[in-house]
Ligand binder design. Structure first.
Ligand code: GLV
Length: 318
């Protein structure tokens, strides 16, 4: 029997070649609203989805469904408890986007510290009158302290970049150890760091990990960079911290209620905003799509996928 797949949204073309031989329903239009997504998923053995698709119990309990493969490293949009309950294999795309995401987090860090976006707008608006020793003064990056929250793959890639900038690195991670930097508590990190960069997955324990109390612990000269998930930061508290000078600035690739922004955020000059593009290089997005497609194909052909999401700890409490 030819197995049937739903690809929920447009993805790089290379994934199409991987899925040759399956009966694939490609959604080449805009994102499907939940009822339509459920209808299109019905009768499918596999789903290739994106992080903007909510994959909940209604989809995961569909008869015949075997696997959900997301073209993202994050999988907070998939109900893992329901996946375990219905024996659905879930796969994601770690590793391939590590360096690209760290490059972008670094770009946000540099952009906000050195006021690159403000400078760009200043020049475009015809305001540049010549070199001025007091114009758009920012903060040095080299020689400062980088505080990394979450020392997984991307956190480590940030630590490696920091070496080239002669930075001291402190990190907070309750589970992972990294020998080349100082392990500290979250409070210590917030108090010490000149740049705080977030690299944790979104879960119950990381939701609003950075709220008003945490922002207030940061130095008034410090910057926050978030390329993880929006809800890790209490965005209303962040707007308050940025507008009151509690912290110096922020570089954000993700938002609490994406794609909506907290009121007041877009009007602030000390924040650099990006539309969730940290992994968006042509090469990486293609590698992610191919990896997700290959893993989906593996499961549907009865093989073990290379990048399964760990499902331990996601059994429903009896
Ligand atoms: C992007 O945010 C991803 O999870 O891959």
């Amino acid at each position: 029997m030819t197995k049937r797949i739903l690809v929920t949204q447009p993805v790089p073309e290379a994934a199409e070649r991987v899925l040759e031989g399956f009966e694939v329903s490609w959604n080449r239009g805009p994102r499907l609203e939940p009822p339509e997504l459920l209808a299109r998923a019905t009768g499918r053995h596999g789903i290739l989805c994106l992080l903007t698709d909510g994959i909940g119990p209604a989809i995961l309990s569909l008869p015949g469904l075997e696997a959900v493969s997301t073209v993202s490293v994050g999988y907070d949009h998939i109900d893992l408890t329901a996946a375990v309950e219905h024996g659905i294999v879930v796969t994601h795309t770690p590793d391939v986007l590590t360096e690209t995401t760290a490059d972008f987090a670094w770009a946000l860090l540099m952009a906000v510290a050195r006021r690159v976006v403000e400078g760009d707008s200043y020049v475009r608006r015809g305001r540049f009158q010549g070199w001025d020793p007091l114009l758009l003064l920012g903060s040095d990056v080299h020689g400062k302290c980088l505080g990394i929250v979450g020392m997984g793959r991307i956190g480590r890639a940030m630590a490696r970049r920091a070496q080239g900038f002669d930075m001291r690195v402190a990190y907070y991670d309750p589970l992972l150890k990294y020998p080349d930097a100082a392990a500290v508590t979250l409070d210590e990190l917030l108090a010490q760091a000149d740049f705080v960069t977030l690299h944790v997955p979104l879960s119950e324990s990381t939701h609003h990990l950075i709220g008003w109390a945490e922002l207030a612990r940061m130095k008034p000269t410090a910057y926050l960079v978030n390329t993880s998930r929006g809800p890790v930061v209490d965005e209303a508290a962040l707007v308050q911290a940025l507008s009151s000078g509690t912290i110096a600035g922020a570089g954000l690739d993700v938002f609490e209620r994406e794609p909506r922004l907290e009121a007041g955020l877009a009007g602030l000059e000390n924040v650099v905003l990006a539309p969730h593009i940290a992994s968006a290089s042509r090469e990486t997005r293609e590698r992610m799509a191919v990896m997700a497609a290959q893993d989906l194909k593996a499961v549907l052909e009865g093989r073990t996928p290379s990048h399964p999401v760990p499902l331990t700890g996601h059994r429903r409490a009896k």
